[in-house]
Design a protein around this ligand. Structure first.
Ligand code: ZN
Length: 470
């Protein structure tokens, strides 16, 4: 069984998709006014883990991630630079796509842009006006929260405390200032304007996600994700707009990822602890797969503390897995298989699957991997590991990478015969103390991409690139 903590119900609930075997997933994407920081990538990597796990569990996932290319922040940024909105956002959209690839985040099926979906937004606002739930004021259009009885159900705000009858125009505000929010903003000097059936203006941020999610996933859809700071007001307002119009649920499961802090403190530019992914990519000491491993390895509903020490520890953990695979792939084992390893593997698989199935409990899942490594290593030391065992263990660990996405691509185990022969010749030369020939053969192998490692158990090889490839 798979269960997730649903922010809507405030507890763990068994996951039941609307269409059996299929999942519609909407994740709030970047607001492209700057380079995304590593806190943003924590959310995107959590969503990637969720999606990869659902796929690994046999679901067909349709993933939609929006690009917010018009809102208060992008307009402010474009104006500060004195350029058009599109010119301003384009490099950040490109950087975002590159960063996702660098972190091996699987691409979404659709990346709708807000500026391409103004008609869909206008239709929702029109519908809300017709129902009397939205109203006009000074050229803008607002959502009347007192007319939507479910308002506050996601963020659990108490509207009975609310006496204000005011309106809030800005996209982001605190719970203390909950008020009627802007669906459509009246034209202002220096802001882009769309001429539409509801009048000139531009959309508020919240309506964008309501329009783009339902456009590509229908209503209701299965899972809506984001960071905890999206719960209020962004997601609360998405629910209000979509449900008030359609009279049916908007999204069934809401999963929210907790904050990332840096060196124990909230990340901020003024404290000098603010990192974009670009900063880390440019740092030659940073292994991006170690970063990915760090970002997935703490539970999404807990805070994650980023530090260079933590990054190093994550790298060390990842190296343990990789070294283990090298050992399994290149070690010399007697032929056959042992029933002990088969049971270790089924135990590990059950623990990995159950861990992630229980609200993506990654700690249990990763513990199962390291436990398996420890047990197989000690069996190996005791001489109990057979070649068939090493192969099954290797395949098993690689199969987990569908979910984890941190291992290098699997190397071909078999070398071309000519290279195998060279390894044997070099061994023979070494035994004959013909170190000149041995060294020459080692260099020839290295030139072909085969690196030798002499251990007390004999020689091992690994491929650093495909032999024969230039
Ligand atoms: Zn959103």
């Amino acid at each position: 069984m798979i269960q997730f903590t649903n922010t809507l119900g405030g507890r763990k609930e068994p996951f039941r998709p609307i269409v059996p075997g299929e999942v519609g997933l909407y994740t709030c994407g970047p607001t492209v006014y700057d380079f995304s920081h590593i806190g943003n990538y924590r959310s995107y990597i959590f969503e990637d883990l969720l999606k990869r796990f659902l796929k690994y569990s046999g679901f067909k996932v349709r993933h939609v991630m929006n690009i917010t290319d018009v809102d208060d922040k992008t307009i402010r940024g474009a104006n500060a630079k004195g350029i058009g909105l599109e010119d301003y956002t384009a490099p950040f959209i490109l950087a975002f796509t590159e960063d996702l690839a660098a972190l091996r985040i699987e691409p979404a099926d659709v990346y709708p842009r807000a500026t391409d979906h103004i008609p869909e937004m206008v239709r929702i606002i029109q519908g809300l006006l017709e129902k009397g739930i939205a109203y006009r004021k000074d050229g803008s259009i607002y959502f009347k929260i007192s007319l939507f009885p479910g308002y506050g159900k996601l963020s659990k705000i108490d509207l009975s405390e609310l006496r204000s009858t005011g309106r809030v125009e800005s996209d982001e505000y605190e719970k203390e200032s909950v008020q009627d929010f802007a669906l459509w903003k009246a034209p202002k000097d220096g802001e882009p304007v769309w001429e539409t059936e509801i009048g000139p203006g531009r959309p508020g941020w919240h309506i964008e996600c309501s329009a783009m999610s339902v456009r590509y996933l229908g209503q209701p859809f299965d899972i809506h994700c984001g960071g905890v700071d999206n719960i209020f007001p962004h997601h609360e307002n998405e629910i209000a707009q979509s449900e008030a119009l359609a009279g049916k649920p908007f999204a069934n499961y809401w999963l929210h990822c907790h904050h990332l802090i840096v060196d124990g403190e909230k990340m901020s530019k003024s404290k000098g602890n603010f990192y974009t992914l670009r900063d880390l990519i440019r740092n030659p000491g940073v292994d991006l797969m170690a970063l990915r491993f760090l970002l997935i390895s703490s539970h999404y509903r807990k805070g994650l503390n980023f530090s260079f020490d933590a990054l190093e520890q994550a790298g060390a953990g990842l190296r343990r897995i990789k070294d283990f695979l090298v050992e399994m792939e290149t070690g010399a084992f007697p032929p056959g298989e042992s029933p002990e390893v088969a049971s270790l593997l089924s135990e590990a698989r059950a623990k990995f699957d159950d861990g992630l199935g229980d609200d993506l409990n990654i700690s249990i899942a990763l513990t199962s991997v390291f436990e398996l490594i420890r047990k197989v290593n000690s069996l190996n030391k005791a001489g109990g590991l057979k070649s068939g065992d090493a192969q099954s263990v290797t395949s098993y660990v690689y199969s987990l990478d569908e979910v984890l996405g941190v291992l290098p691509p699997r190397a071909e185990k078999k070398l071309p015969d000519a290279l195998e022969a060279k390894i044997r010749d070099r061994e023979a030369a070494r035994k004959a103390r013909d170190f000149g020939s041995a060294d020459r053969l080692r260099k020839e192998l290295a030139a072909a991409g085969v690196i030798l490692e002499d251990t007390k158990d004999g020689v091992r090889w690994k491929i650093v690139r495909t032999p024969g490839a230039s």
